[in-house]
Write a protein that binds this ligand. Structure first.
Ligand code: SF4
Ligand code: SF4
Length: 316
């Protein structure tokens, strides 16, 4: 029996190490775009000014490339069976950043996968994004059936949990769209209740300016004393809302990708080590690691904030 295009793409996705694959028909986003506009109006994007740009493309992926009709949404699990060192004097690194940077790894796999699709379908036009770019990546992941958006705004897959990266390929191929996935958050509020900075201001709305993930990575300024005693030892990102989610406790699947395992087995770093770290060693230790994004200055700021969180005065 002949395989459908969707079946062929699913097989290729699996061959290239993607754990989830689904399809959606593209078109203008209305409700989702309004929610984004409201989030921006409230200033919940904090210092991420790039979120204000390319609004037309975010709304209509048809503007990304000519003839775009569908999106192939892919998920790659990064969860590994390691735990943080949760001790005084140590700073925790978010689970996604323990190993190698996922962008380059996924771009490489996406390009190879697209070349294979093009060999089979020479008219195939594609443009892919991992996290960056003017697309509402989580919205497309939901539309393609990868999961539902949890109240913490991460996508949850019923069988695999939420520890996965998302990639989207926008293409001119016409692919059968997925059925919408039911929202299984129900009456649960575990993520909202556990967030130490109250950054989940209401279900499905995170104020980045209060989120430890933003404050320790994207934030280029200081960290306000209003967050003293609230970081719970996080110095790069924060996993709390996903850690407490029952869907991760029950089904948090494990990565097959070796390079997502913690480098040197380290899931947390000594605050003393960071305070003494010099730029050349930082670049060497974190080469091709997501931690580079914070830069040494940011990492030192975070470590100092966690160390001094009970003292008065902001750390800049
Ligand atoms: S990542 Fe941490 S700070 Fe941000 S919303 Fe989740 S629990 Fe709150
Ligand atoms: S912790 Fe509960 S409310 Fe939050 S995302 Fe998970 S299931 Fe949904």
């Amino acid at each position: 029996m002949n395989q459908s295009t969707e079946e062929i793409i699913r097989l290729l996705a699996s061959e290239f190490g993607f754990d989830l694959c689904g399809f959606a028909a593209t078109g203008e986003l209305h409700e989702e775009f309004e929610r984004l506009a409201e989030w921006l109006d409230k200033g919940y994007h904090a210092g991420m000014a790039y979120m204000e740009r390319n609004q037309e493309k975010r709304k209509d992926p048809g503007l990304i490339a000519e003839g775009v009709r569908s999106v192939i949404s892919l998920g790659m699990i990064y969860n590994t069976p390691y735990q943080h060192k949760d001790e005084e004097g140590w700073g925790k690194i978010s689970r996604y950043a323990w190993g190698d940077d996922y962008h380059e790894l996924m771009w490489d796999k996406l390009e190879k996968m697209c070349i294979r699709i093009k060999e089979l379908y020479p008219a195939f036009i594609y443009k892919y994004y991992v996290d960056t770019g003017p697309v509402m990546d989580k919205v497309w992941a939901v539309k393609a059936g990868l999961g539902w958006m949890g109240k913490h705004t991460n996508i949850i897959n019923r069988e695999k949990g939420s520890w996965f990266f998302i990639a989207n390929i926008f293409t001119n191929l016409e692919l059968s769209a997925a059925m919408p996935v039911q929202d299984f958050c129900g009456s649960c509020t575990a993520c909202i209740d556990a967030c130490p900075t109250k950054a989940i201001v209401q279900p499905w709305q995170v104020d980045a300016g209060k989120c430890i993930s933003y404050l320790t990575i994207e934030n280029k300024g200081g960290i306000s004393t209003e967050f003293n005693d609230q970081f719970e030892g996080w110095i790069f990102g924060c996993d709390i809302c996903q850690d407490v989610c029952p869907w991760n406790n029950k089904f948090g699947a494990l990565a097959t990708e070796e390079s997502f395992k913690p480098r040197n087995g380290e899931t947390s770093l000594s605050l003393q080590y960071i305070s003494e770290l010099e730029n050349n060693h930082f670049r060497e230790r974190f080469m091709r690691s997501p931690v580079l994004r914070a830069k040494l200055k940011g990492l030192k700021r975070n470590a100092e904030f966690v160390s001094r969180s009970e003292e008065k005065g902001s750390v800049t």
